[in-house]
Design a protein around this ligand. Sequence first.
Ligand code: FAD
Length: 476
Amino acid sequence: MAVDKLGALTNALDPAAILVADDDMAPYLADWRGRYVGRAQAVLRPRSVEQVSAVLRWASETRTPVFPQGGNTGLAGGATPDEGGTGIVLALGRLNRILDIDTAGNTMVVEAGAILADVQRAADDAERLFPMSLGSEGSCQIGGIIATNAGGINVIRYGTTRELVLGLDYVLADGTIVHGLKRLSKNNTGYDLRHLLIGSEGTLAVITAAALKLFPRPTASASAFCAVSSPQKAVDLLSLLRQRLVGRISSFELMCDGEMGFVLDGDVGGDLRLPVAERAPWYVFIEVADSGEEAVLVEMLTAALGEAIERGYVLDAAIAQSEGQAKAIWHLRFAVSEANRRAGPNVSHDTSVATADVPAFLAEVSTTLADRFPSVRPLFVGHVGDGNIHVIALFPHDSFADRAAFETAASAVNDCIFGVVDRFHGSISAEHGIGRSLARRLPDHTDKAAYRLMNGIKQLYDPLGILNPGKVLLRG
Ligand code: FAD
């Protein structure tokens, strides 16, 4: 785009806010998985809410599509512009200040472009915990996790992003700034619009700042790694730990041995070793945290896992004896996305079912995939405590002549797995969102009246259809 096409908007932005050269724009035009590559006239990087407002006012006047982007780690293609090349990417990364931390009220206010890991650190410096944690936390932004209602590994204890947001500032498609940074636990004044924005994936407004909930920082934590024989044993273990360690479980993750093989052999960096003596069919990653003495917590976890071994729920277990060992355990879990990226062409799913249904669901997915796609290797990893299992259908290398052949196969695999999800009354997108990759699927997996209402809300917030077109909903 010639910069002069931006007209008067250039006066509202500083020069560093405008990228038009191909090389400068490239990192903003492809998604993290490299599945989608779009085009744009410019990447605009505002550093104030007023600049965001000016961009959106200009976009409305010129009917320019706007693709909001945070850390660009989303896994649903939501932040990538389309191939048309007429739109702009609105990258929020320079709007990244930590504005306030209130230790009395346990809240903090941050701008939308703040990186999640920086927000966690700022909370930690104030001896508080911001509990959202996921593999992309070094890159993803607060606006991105809110716009996708991200989950991560601590949902079992602290809930999804939705439960961590008290208030939001955002800018509407026409440039209107909506101020809603209240830090109230109770506020029943009409419709709570913040919840519409959470999970809206950049299709309703651009989030510019958030008031977040903080928690007391645990003084003790312990991590364990267990080998188990089946998903049912993992669910039995979870149920036992919930009884014995009431309220202290912060993470409870499941991984199949096939996935572990790719992590251990995938050359993804770091010291990757199996924490138990022998490979097993399944593994569970556990973190518990509390406000007391660490030794007491470790003793409770040791006793509970001892009981689980006696009951036959666990084959073998390792409890981390140091922070380094705990990090090594969790590195295995966090290396999954990178390992899968290298493992071969794969179709990844973000399904959820009721936790008790996880074993039957995984069994049916395995059987159905084996029947329909004998060359596909199913891999499973996920947040079993939330019933959220990522099913990865891995094809052998060189299975596809081109991208189109892969997309056709991916669609058939989706049909197959989503059919099982529906039979279990589950969700086709537990935490990654709909973005572009599932927009076509949403109407078939949502109540028809609810889908109509979603379209009505979109029309109200974004009548010109300029905000993230083609994402979530099929229309504009
Ligand atoms: P982006 O990818 O930039 O954008 C995501 C969506 O939000 C897009 O639709 C975009 O338009 C919109 N958006 C971004 N910022 C704004 C804003 N300020 N205002 C309005 N809309 C905006 N997700 C999980 O839920 N749980 C996990 O455990 C998890 N693990 C991951 C591990 C890895 C290694 C990777 C790469 C991703 C993982 N993800 C996970 C997915 C991803 O990190 C999350 O979806 C994250 O919330 C996206 O944040 P982001 O800032 O990168 O957003």
